[in-house]
Design a protein around this ligand. Structure first.
Ligand code: ADP
Ligand code: MG
Length: 261
C-alpha cells in the first residue's frame, strides 16, 4: 500500500508544485513507484511533469465526479521515460475549478479522492498530491486522502503566521475526517543562507517544530525555476544542479521517514 502525502500550504508561490514534481522525480530516481496527483486547477504540476494539460481528454475532475477511475486517467510523459525518472500523473486543468462547485451538493464530497485512491494505491510506493493555494474543498479532498502533509515554506517572517492556519486546519481534519493525518515535516525551500533573516527563521522553525523540520534544505536555484518551461522537473532537467541534488536528498530522507512510520 502506498504512502500518500499532500504537499500543502495555503500561500501561493511558496514552492508546493516545485516540491511535488521534484520529489516525484527524485523518488522515481531512487527506485520508488510514484503517482503524482495534480489537485490545482492551474495544472502546473501537470505541465511541469511534461503532460500537456490542454490536450488531456480526462483529468482529476472526472475522478472526483466519479465518471472515471485513476487507472483510466493516469498518464506518463514520454520525456520523463527517457530521463529515467518516470512517474504516473493524474493531470488537472481549468475544468477542475468546476468540481469545487459541482461537489457542493453531493454526498461524501470530501472523500471522493480517498475512495478513488483506495483502488489504485497498491500500484505505488508513494502518492503525492499537489494542493492548490487555498483551504478549499479540493484541498480538503487531498487532506482526507493522505497519511501526512509536507509543508514547503520560505524562511520569511510571514511564513510562520500562515503556518498557524494550516496547523489548525490539519488538526480539524484529523479530528473529524481523517484520523491518520499528521504533518510529516516542514521543508525549507528557496533558501539563501546569506540572508540573516532566513537563518533566524530557520532556527525558530527548528526550535518550535524540532525534528518535524526536514534535514534537507532546498536552495534558491534558477535551474529549478527554468525546468518547467521545458516540461521537466529540475531533477531531470539538470541533475547536477544544486536544486536537483537537494530534492534527491529530500527524496532519500522521505524514503527513510516512511520506513519509520
Ligand atoms: P506554488 O505551487 O506554491 O504556488 P511554485 O512551486 O509554483 O509554488 O513556485 C513559485 C515560483 O517559484 C515558481 O516560479 C518556481 O519556479 C519558483 N521556485 C520554486 N522553488 C524554487 C527554488 N528552490 N529556487 C528558485 N525558484 C524556485
Ligand atoms: Mg502550485
Amino acid at each position: 500500500m502506498a504512502k500518500i502525502f499532500c504537499v500543502a500550504n495555503q500561500k501561493g508561490g511558496v514552492g508546493k508544485t516545485t516540491t511535488a514534481v521534484n520529489l516525484a522525480a527524485g523518488l522515481a530516481k531512487v527506485g520508488q513507484r510514484v503517482l503524482l496527483i495534480d489537485l490545482d486547477p492551474q495544472g502546473n504540476a501537470t505541465t511541469g511533469s511534461g503532460v500537456d494539460k490542454r490536450t488531456l481528454q480526462r483529468t482529476l475532475y472526472d475522478v472526483l465526479l466519479e465518471s472515471a477511475s485513476i487507472a483510466e486517467i493516469r498518464v506518463q510523459s514520454e520525456k520523463l521515460k527517457s530521463g529515467g525518472c518516470s512517474y504516473d500523473v493524474v493531470g488537472a486543468n481549468r475544468d477542475l475549478a468546476g468540481a469545487e462547485v459541482e461537489l457542493v451538493d453531493v454526498e461524501r464530497r470530501e472523500t471522493r479522492l480517498r475512495q478513488a485512491l483506495a483502488v489504485a494505491d497498491a500500484d505505488y510506493d508513494f502518492v503525492l498530491i499537489d494542493c492548490p493555494p487555498s483551504l478549499s474543498m479540493l484541498t480538503l479532498n487531498g487532506l482526507c486522502s493522505a497519511h501526512g502533509v509536507i509543508v514547503p515554506m520560505q524562511c520569511e517572517y510571514f511564513a510562520l503566521e500562515g503556518l498557524t492556519d494550516l496547523v489548525n486546519t490539519i488538526r480539524q481534519v484529523k479530528a473529524n475526517l481523517n484520523n491518520d493525518l499528521q504533518i510529516i515535516g516542514l521543508l525549507r525551500v528557496m533558501f539563501d543562507p546569506r540572508i540573516t533573516l532566513q537563518q533566524q527563521v530557520s532556527d525558530q522553525l527548528k526550535a518550535h517544530f524540532g525534528d518535524k523540520v526536514f534535514d534537507a534544505v532546498i536552495p534558491r536555484n534558477v535551474r529549478l525555476a527554468e525546468a518547467p518551461s521545458y516540461g521537466l522537473p529540475g531533477v531531470v532537467f539538470d541533475p547536477s544542479s544544486k536544486g536537483a541534488q537537494a530534492y534527491v536528498a529530500f527524496a532519500q530522507e522521505m524514503v527513510a521517514r516512511v520506513q519509520s512510520m
